[in-house]
Write a protein that binds this ligand. Structure first.
Ligand SMILES: Nc1ncnc2c1ncn2[C@@H]1O[C@H](COP(=O)(O)OP(=O)(O)OP(=O)(O)O)[C@@H](O)[C@H]1O
Ligand SMILES: [Mg+2]
Length: 377
């Protein structure tokens, strides 16, 4: 990144220079990896799990770990999982290096179809087996191949909860059995569907029960984020007032993605001295841009779900969804229909839950939608 680029990254990971805090999480993760403890990383969406994994990889690669990242969000079955894993390894080891050559030769024994996307040039790997067992065998062999390369490997499987919805019922057990035999590969399982992840790792009769160190990610502390924002503006010879920074962080609840997006848009205006008025203007602009798509939700949700969504937005966060005064105030109806609507909104990821030591709160998942609903109704 040169000095003209925007220092507020909104997609993926750039480098540690543009990455804020997460010091204690990084320390814990690094310690676990060094002590051969697998990690489960859980948080609500867009708080920075994937970026944190990339940031950790940057450090681990310097310590001679070979780090591989596989995102299985789009995978629907074991076939997809196997192909994604093969592709992640294929991408990690350039064909010209000895390990890359070995992997390609090994891979070819499974007769994969390797194609390249016409637009992006990105490779794709497909296996066309007729029996389920062949995918299992391939998967086992890929893990064994990696394990035998005399290198320390860290494999991050992002959106890991996906495997719980594969039609093959034994995927969890299969993976757990394979993983137990490996000596040189460590795992980071990360996911945003908190209850699915917690069920997989915390339920006694599930294969992954108690097999990893759990790490929950929450918002970056406001003090740290404020310092980071100020620094990034000042490094480029801009100023930003404390009031402007405070406004961003309370408006976005310091939720990483939304904070980055607002800061990116504020920076993009290249105003030498950033005031709270400029920030407010950028926030308004974002809401107007999204307005059309937010209107659609009205048609997509049932009347109770819609009213509950507005009610939660207006309260910002709610813990007692079934409390009479809350139901009455927003004309939501009976407690049981409110509960059903809440479940539907959680399932659709319109609402997220925030766990604190004494209570669970519910909040509109998308911060911009929350601010729009709050203002519009
Ligand atoms: N510590 C950080 N400092 C600066 N930017 C960050 C940080 N963490 C994440 N980001 C940025 O915030 C955005 C969201 O992060 P990321 O995609 O890692 O979240 P996620 O939890 O993996 O989301 P999802 O659940 O949707 O996959 C990205 O643009 C990323 O660059
Ligand atoms: Mg992610």
């Amino acid at each position: 990144m040169n000095n003209n680029t925007n220092p507020f990254v909104t997609v993926g990971y750039a480098s540690r220079k543009y990455f804020c805090d997460r010091e204690s999480e990084l320390e814990i993760m690094q310690r676990n990896i060094q002590n051969e403890i697998n990690i489960t990383l859980i948080s609500n969406r867009r708080l920075g799990k994937s970026a944190l994994i990339y940031r950790l990889f940057e450090t681990l690669e310097q310590e001679n770990y070979v780090c591989i990242y596989a995102d299985i969000y789009d995978s629907l079955r074991l076939k997809d999982f196997t192909e994604t894993l093969a592709l992640a390894i294929f991408n990690r080891f350039p064909e010209k290096k000895p390990l890359g050559k070995r992997f390609l030769t090994f891979l070819k024994s499974f007769r994969p179809v390797i194609t390249y996307d016409a637009l992006t040039g990105e490779p794709e790997i497909h296996f066309e087996f007729s029996h389920q067992k062949e995918y299992e065998h391939t998967l086992r062999s890929i893990f064994q191949f990696l394990d035998n390369q005399q290198v320390k490997v860290v494999l991050a499987i992002d959106e890991f909860q996906q495997i719980a919805s594969y039609p093959e019922t034994n995927t969890e057990a299969l993976l757990r059995t394979i993983i137990q035999t490996l000596k040189n590969i460590q795992f980071i399982f990360s996911g945003s569907k908190k209850h699915l992840m917690a069920e997989m790792f915390n339920t006694a009769n599930r294969p992954f029960f108690s097999s990893t160190q759990m790490l929950g990610l929450s918002e970056i502390p406001k003090i740290k984020y404020a310092q980071f924002i100020r620094e990034k503006f000042e490094e480029r010879n801009y100023t930003i007032t404390d009031e402007a920074i405070d406004f961003v962080l309370s408006w976005t609840f310091a939720h990483t993605y939304y904070t980055q997006l607002i800061c990116n848009n504020v920076f993009a205006r290249r105003e030498k001295n950033v005031t709270v008025e400029i920030v407010k203007h950028v926030c308004d602009e974002q809401l107007s841009l999204q307005q059309v798509s937010y209107m659609q939700y009205h048609n997509l949700l049932s009347p109770v779900q819609w009213r509950l969504l507005i009610a939660i937005a207006k309260e910002v966060q709610v813990s007692e969804i079934q409390a009479q005064n809350f139901l009455r105030k927003y004309k939501i109806g009976g407690a049981s229909s409110a509960k059903k609507a809440l479940e539907a909104l959680l399932e659709k990821e319109m609402i997220c839950s925030i766990e604190t030591p004494d209570k669970t709160f519910y909040r509109v998942y998308n911060v911009f939608l929350l601010r729009w609903l709050e203002r519009r109704f």
